[in-house]
Structure formats: structure tokens, C-alpha cells
Design a protein around this ligand. Structure first.
Ligand code: ATP
Ligand code: MG
Length: 564
């Protein structure tokens, strides 16, 4: 054992924090924040950032704020803010009384802007957006100064004041930082700090008609909140010199920005713009469609917060972009539910089986084990009777070589019940479709073993026809066919890569009676079929419909084996 205070696997960010703790850089404080822009629902990539920021605060006994980065009045909606709060809580994190909005700092930012104008570090520019772009230069050529760059402090103060009072039209003027038009870093070529936008803001109403740019807001918001480690994704690495420039010029408290690689997950897209497009064009039923990589979609699908937190821990944090297989996320879910979920019986594509030698009116209550991984979860009774359903795919009239399940003349075990043997197949005269099977059972095999020691090669799940209830079950597959749909180098839009078979609705599923009254959101395993969750949107009392969260087949284990 070491005296290191951290508990989860280490990473380069913890190494930095450990060093800061050792040198007393922030008086031993660790204060992080999660700063979403409320212009969409959070996705699994955000979960990585949430787990990292809140997780570090927990480990180092520090604090983590939740801050809505609401600088753009046009895109933000109350619905998104509420969903963000719900998702962070559901993941298991608590910002206590520290929910902030970047708009809380509009007054402060305005003062900062005035301060920079007064120290000749900011100026009002009359160039249009187009002209500013032209003056900016390129990576290989320096930019050109705006003709308005050398306005006097007095003139800048007056013009900025008039901008604030609403005297100018949108886009006619901006406030820019006076940094360096020849900097090799384009972000430092006099970036825009404020723009005119005659638009109402969800928090500040019509108080402002000028709004600070994200780059002028973010670093100072961190500073105002006393954030110690401002953790963000790699694309902000090039912005760090600008954030540093602002806090240094303003002479205010200086947080340390640290960048890490964002999560990319296979077979899905993660940009909010693309997710919004899926929603708006109706390719999915909403932000919380169970196929979406959003936290609300994963929740509705049946993912547990523990499995997502565990996934985020397993993938770790690094400095280099990579693509994580969705099979790992699924693996984490199986690992969690394997321990917790009841094993239940459900038949998705029913085939009727009549057990000819079973008494007509007899109903037996058989003992079923709730979870073989955890005996403390106990047993329950399941009814057995003369007519049952089995899975269509568990019977073949003409079985190929390695098919060990039911076939004419063959004997199999019914889970927790008896051995049955198929004696007859009834078909539709016209279509040839199999209508029902006739079987006999061996009463001596109750519980699943034959006293004479004879063996069977398959155990099938089943439900009693008169006790089962019929409902809908949805099976899901990846939303996209290609591993990286956002990669459009092949000239194909990501929409063209949608998987047409990503949802299959089965409407005649037969489930064991105990499942009839489960709460929305109830998760269990359907034996041999996978993990399922009762849908929170489409279920009603006494009539749950189910989503398959994940099948039992562990792709991740296979991937890992192949790498050994
Ligand atoms: P998008 O590009 O999807 O619109 P964004 O980065 O603009 O996402 P924000 O709401 O600004 O979304 O993100 C809030 C926080 O979450 C930021 O700190 C951002 O770095 C982090 N984040 C966003 N996407 C990911 C991801 N895929 N992996 C890890 N962190 C992410
Ligand atoms: Mg962003």
C-alpha cells in the first residue's frame, strides 16, 4: 500500500493533481466543474467528462460545480437544462448548491471587458464577420490589422457603451481583444469578445443585446468560481493560450486547464448537432430513443448508472484520440446485471406445445432460481400446465447436424420442469407453417433430472400458455452500420449509414406472469435471450413492454480473446 490518497486507477490528470497537492499550489484544494452547453441532451461522451470531473472531486475530497454554459441566447432551451440536471443526478453525482450559469457572470464579464478596453487591450471593430475572416490570415500567412484597431480608449468606451444600449444592428460591430494579428495561433489573432445580438436570453431576458463569446466567458467563469483544474477536451488545447492571456491581462485568479481526449464510441455519432438532426428528421423517436447514445436513451434502454460509471473508469483518460468499441460498454452492463438481475422466462416468438399425457386441468407450481450468481436472491414459483409456449427457433423439423434442441422424436429438458419428447408436428394445410407441436412428458423427471440417468442435450425456456401474458418486446441493434459513421471521407453522409434493422418489434411475446406487474424501468434477464428493461415511456400499469438492453453474447470477451 502507498499513502496515495487516490483509489481508482491513476492517469496523467491525477499525476498533475498529486503534484499540485504536494506543492500546495491551490492550498490543497481540488475544485472541478462540468460545463455543458444546454443546446442538446447529454451523451455517453459527456458521461466520461462528468465521471472524471465529479470523480476527481470525490477522490480528492474536493468540489465539483455544474455550470450551464449558456452564452448563446438563441440555441438554449429550458428542456435541455432540466435534462442535464436529471442525467447528472442519475449518474450518481451531486453538485449540492453549486449549480451555476455562465449568464450569472454577464455583469462581471462586462466589467472585465471595460477593464480591457481601458488598458488598451480591447477595441470596437466595425468590420463585418466576412471582413474579419479575410483579415485573419491563414496558418501560413499572418493576419492584417483592422483599420479600427487603434481607436482611442475613449472612443472604444463610448462605442461599447452604445453597443450595450442597443444603438447598433446585429453584426455591425464587435468588441475584439487586441492580442496579436501575426500570432501563429489563430485563436490569438484578435478574437471577438462580444457580439451584438438582439435576442432574449432564458435567464437575463432582454437586459442585454450584446453577448460574450464562449472564449471570453469560459476561462473567466472558471476563475470566478475558483476552479483549480479546468478539465476539457483536446480541441481546446489551442484556446488555452487565449484563456491564459485573458486572466493574465485581467490580473485575476488563474485556474489550470488540462486537456484530455474525448470519447468516441463505435457504431454511433456523438456530436450534438448530428444527434439533433436524427431527432428532428425523425430517424429516432426522440433524444431518449433507446438506440441513442444519449444518457437519457441509455437509461431508457435499461443501462444502469453503475455500468456507465464503470465503463468510464475502464476506458480511462488519455491525451490521444481513439475509438472505443461499443462492445465494451455492453460488457460493463452485462457484468453489472449478471450480479443483480432476476432470471425470468419469456418467449419472444411463441410456438405452442401440447403435452398430451399431462392432466388437462393440472397446474403445478415449480421452483425457479432467481439468480444463480446470488443465492440470497431466493426462488419463486412458476406455473406449469398442459399447454406451453417455447421459442420457434428451438424446434426444427429437419435438424441440421449440430442442432441439439427439439426435433421430432427427440427429448429435451424444460427449464425447472420436465423432460419432454416431441411426438407430432401439426401444420397449416395450405401454407405448411408449423402450428403446434405435440409432446409427451416424463413425470419422473420433475425438477430436470431423470432417475434412470439418461441425458438430454438441450434445456429450453418456456411459459405456461394459460398463465402467460402477451406483450411487445423491442430488440435493438446498432443505430449505424459502420463503425465510425461520422467519418464522411467516403463521401457518404452519416444519415446514409443508419442501420435499417436497428429496431425490431415483436408484438406477440409471451412472458411469465410475474412480469406483468413490474414497474417501468424494471430490469431482468430473460433466460437465454439477454437483459431486458420495461420501457418507461410506453408501459402502462399491468401492461409493461420491454426493451432488450443487450443480448447475452459477449462480443467484448471475444474481441479480447482474439487479442491474447
Ligand atoms: P458537441 O461537440 O457534441 O456539441 P460539446 O463539446 O460542444 O459537444 P458541451 O456541452 O460543450 O458539448 O460539453 C460539455 C463538456 O463535456 C465539455 O467539457 C466537453 O469537453 C465534454 N465533452 C463533450 N463531448 C465529449 C466526449 N465525447 N468525450 C469526453 N468529453 C466530452
Ligand atoms: Mg462545447
Amino acid at each position: 500500500m502507498t499513502d496515495n490518497i487516490t483509489t481508482s486507477p491513476t492517469n496523467f490528470i491525477k499525476t498533475i493533481i498529486d503534484e499540485d497537492m504536494r506543492t500546495g499550489k491551490y492550498d490543497g484544494r481540488v475544485h472541478t466543474r462540468f460545463p455543458p452547453e444546454p443546446n442538446g441532451y447529454l451523451h455517453i461522451g459527456h458521461a466520461k467528462s462528468i465521471c472524471l470531473n465529479f470523480g476527481l472531486a470525490q477522490e480528492y475530497k474536493g468540489l465539483c460545480n455544474l455550470r450551464m454554459d449558456d452564452t448563446n441566447p438563441i440555441k438554449e432551451e429550458e428542456e435541455y437544462i432540466e435534462s442535464i440536471k436529471e442525467d447528472v443526478k442519475w449518474l450518481g453525482f451531486d453538485w449540492a448548491d453549486r449549480l451555476y450559469y455562465a449568464s450569472d457572470y454577464f455583469d462581471k464579464l462586462y466589467e472585465y471587458a471595460i477593464q480591457l478596453i481601458k488598458s488598451s487591450k480591447a477595441y470596437v471593430d466595425d468590420l463585418s464577420a466576412e471582413e474579419i475572416r479575410e483579415h485573419r490570415g491563414t496558418l501560413t500567412s499572418p493576419g492584417k490589422d483592422s483599420p479600427y484597431r487603434n481607436r482611442s480608449v475613449q472612443e472604444n468606451l463610448e462605442l461599447f457603451d452604445r453597443m450595450t444600449k442597443g444603438e447598433f444592428a446585429d453584426g455591425s460591430k464587435v468588441l475584439r481583444a487586441k492580442v496579436d494579428m501575426a500570432s501563429p495561433n489563430l485563436n490569438l489573432r484578435d478574437p471577438v469578445m462580444y457580439r451584438i445580438l438582439h435576442a432574449s436570453h432564458h435567464k437575463t431576458g432582454d437586459k442585454w443585446c450584446i453577448y460574450p463569446m464562449y472564449d471570453f466567458t469560459h476561462g473567466q467563469s472558471d476563475s470566478v468560481e475558483g476552479i483549480t483544474h479546468s478539465i476539457c477536451t483536446l480541441e481546446f488545447e489551442d484556446h488555452r493560450p487565449l484563456y491564459d492571456w485573458f486572466v493574465n491581462e485581467l490580473g485575476i485568479y488563474h485556474p489550470q486547464q488540462i486537456e484530455f481526449a474525448r470519447l468516441n464510441l463505435s457504431h454511433t455519432v456523438m456530436s450534438k448537432r448530428k444527434l439533433l438532426q436524427l431527432v428532428e428528421q425523425g430517424h429516432v423517436s426522440g433524444w431518449n430513443d433507446p438506440r441513442m447514445p444519449t444518457i437519457s436513451g441509455l437509461r431508457r434502454r435499461g443501462y444502469t448508472p453503475e455500468s456507465i460509471r464503470n465503463f468510464c473508469e475502464r476506458i480511462g483518460v488519455a491525451k490521444r484520440d481513439s475509438m472505443i468499441s461499443v462492445a465494451l460498454l455492453e460488457h460493463c452492463l452485462r457484468e453489472d446485471l449478471n450480479k443483480k438481475a432476476f432470471r425470468m422466462m419469456a418467449v419472444l416468438r411463441p410456438l405452442k406445445v401440447v403435452i398430451d399425457n399431462y392432466p388437462d386441468d393440472l397446474v403445478e407450481e415449480l421452483d425457479a432460481i432467481n439468480n444463480p450468481e446470488d443465492p440470497s436472491m431466493g426462488t419463486r414459483k412458476i406455473p406449469f400446465s398442459k399447454v406451453i409456449y417455447i421459442e420457434q427457433e428451438d424446434f426444427q423439423e429437419d435438424p441440421p447436424k449440430k442442432f441439439y434442441r427439439l426435433a421430432p422424436g427427440r427429448e429435451v429438458r424444460l427449464r425447472y420442469a420436465y423432460f419432454i419428447k416431441c411426438t407430432d408436428v401439426v401444420k397449416d394445410k395450405d401454407t405448411g407453417e408449423i402450428k403446434e407441436l405435440h409432446c409427451t412428458y416424463d413425470p419422473a423427471t420433475r425438477g430436470g433430472d431423470a432417475p434412470d440417468g439418461r441425458k438430454v442435450k438441450a434445456t429450453l425456456h418456456w411459459v405456461s400458455a394459460q398463465h402467460a401474458f402477451k406483450t411487445e418486446v423491442r430488440l435493438y441493434d446498432h443505430l449505424f452500420l459502420s463503425e465510425n459513421p461520422a467519418d464522411e471521407k467516403d463521401g457518404q453522409d452519416f444519415i446514409a449509414k443508419l442501420n435499417p434493422g436497428s429496431i425490431e418489434r415483436l408484438t406477440s411475446c409471451m412472458l411469465e406472469p410475474a412480469l406483468k406487474n413490474v414497474e417501468p424501468g424494471y430490469r431482468c434477464q430473460f433466460e437465454r435471450l439477454g437483459y431486458f428493461c420495461s420501457d418507461t415511456v410506453n408501459s402502462s400499469t399491468g401492461n409493461p413492454v420491454f426493451n432488450r438492453i443487450v443480448s447475452l453474447k459477449d462480443e467484448w470477451a471475444r474481441v479480447q480473446k482474439s487479442q491474447e
